[in-house]
Design a protein around this ligand. Structure first.
Ligand code: NDP
Length: 386
């Protein structure tokens, strides 16, 4: 029987990598849904190539373009409910929309998919309470795709908190690792979006360049796993071959190494059959002679200091930080603010007189998340208007 697969955000970096893995083994997969926001041309091409049963284009403006081009595929738009698209549970959903926009579709997919692989870290950071509740209720397996979290999951199967001393998440350091600090405020969006080791979507590339991505990843790990939050550390590892390291209390250290290729975690969540071979470029062992690790320079990456306080600011503080960051990254990409303003304004919002009111809210529904998220977006935008 073919595995029925849905990809939310199929036109993005993770979505395309997922389809690339599937393209090597088409006979075992049936694409039952592909979705995009605006990129209707790519969506049409993917739907034709993979004979997708259904597609969803978020922006209504492109609905007719998609509809006219796809005669054999059902076409939906906007917030069409996944429950209506699928009559019964499908096998696997890749949640790869960027930003909080991915939360609602991720939650819907939990109701109608046996496995939901989540790349959309913003959903985990903001909506983990609801995601985990839904996963229990609908008996859905959640698998992290972020390479660090995928690695922690692999390294800590059947391991309890009491056995673990430290959980180290590696960071490449991004494009500005060796830049003199005084030049940081002059960096352009194109420089920040150019990651030295990966090609990713724009938003996560900017988050990587100032290490907000690591702040998100520590919160994400804290939500996903049962380990005490003080055990998580970040270390700079520019080659990015090692994804996570666990230091055990018994003196052992275990780490996971693999090429800087998201197809590896994707492949391993798509297949439960461990005998399947992933044809990808392997790490040449000579390269491992040159592995470097170093401490994070907090002057170069002041975002990391946010981790000292974010867990004490209230249950909705990550939602506020995420929303502010989405607005600020967008403003930076539009050249309306400078690079260092991103972290500066995030710290400013923590000091706003209304911050506590929203941060202390315990979010138990999408509505609650939206209240904190909307406030943070409006506040951030108003702070940046000169
Ligand atoms: P991209 O920007 O490349 O792709 C985002 C996808 O989401 C596209 O299909 C896009 O459609 C769609 N999309 C964007 N906005 C909306 C919206 N408002 N509603 C519905 N769909 C939308 O992102 P990435 O693939 O790089 O990242 C996706 C997620 O995975 C992010 O949360 C990121 O942090 C996470 N991640 C990514 C990694 C990577 O290597 N890229 C690694 C680890 C995690 P369209 O093309 O039409 O704009």
């Amino acid at each position: 029987m073919k595995k029925k697969i849905a990809i939310l955000g199929s036109t993005g970096s993770i979505g395309k990598s997922t389809l690339e893995v599937i393209s090597k083994d088409k006979k075992n997969f049936e694409i039952v849904l592909l979705t995009a926001n605006n990129n209707y041309k790519k969506l049409i091409q993917q739907a034709k190539q993979f004979k997708a049963k259904n597609v969803l284009i978020k922006n209504h403006k492109y609905y007719l373009n998609v509809k006219k081009s796809l005669k054999k595929t059902k076409v939906y738009y906007g917030n069409a409910s996944l429950k209506k698209i699928f009559k019964k549970k499908i096998d696997y959903t890749m949640s790869a929309i960027v930003g909080i926009a991915g939360l609602k579709p991720t939650l819907e997919s939990i109701k109608c998919s046996k496995v939901v692989a989540i790349a959309n870290k913003e959903s985990i950071i903001c909506g983990w309470n609801i995601i985990s509740k839904f996963a229990n209720k609908y008996k859905t397996k959640i698998l992290p795709i972020d390479s660090e979290h995928f690695s922690i999951m692999e390294l800590t199967k059947n391991i309890s908190d009491s056995e673990v001393e430290e959980i180290i998440i590696t960071a490449s350091g991004g494009p500005f690792l060796n830049l003199p600090i005084k030049k940081l405020n002059k960096v352009k969006p194109a420089q920040a979006a150019k990651h030295p080791n990966w090609k990713m979507g724009k938003k996560i590339s900017i988050d990587s360049s100032n290490m907000m991505n690591k702040v998100f990843e520590i919160i994400e790990a804290h939500k996903l796993f049962k380990f005490s939050r003080t055990k998580y550390k970040i270390i700079i590892h520019p080659q990015s071959y090692v994804h996570s390291i666990i230091r055990f209390k018994n003196g052992l250290i275990k780490m996971i190494l693999y090429n800087t290729d998201m197809k590896i975690p994707i492949f391993n969540t798509l297949y439960t059959d461990k005998k399947k071979i992933l044809k990808t470029s392997n790490i040449q062992f000579e390269k491992l002679n040159k592995l470097n690790f170093k401490k994070v320079n907090l002057k170069l990456f002041p975002s990391v200091r946010i981790l000292d306080k974010i867990f004490t600011l209230g249950p909705s503080a990550p939602i506020i930080m995420n929303a502010a960051n989405e607005v600020l990254v967008d403003l930076f990409l539009k050249k309306k603010i400078n690079f260092l303003d991103i972290v500066k304004y995030i710290n400013k919002i923590f000091k706003d007189k209304s911050f506590n009111k929203y941060a202390k809210m315990n979010p138990s529904s999408i509505k609650d998340i939206k209240i904190a998220d909307n406030w943070a977006r409006l506040k951030t935008a108003s702070m940046c208007v000169k």
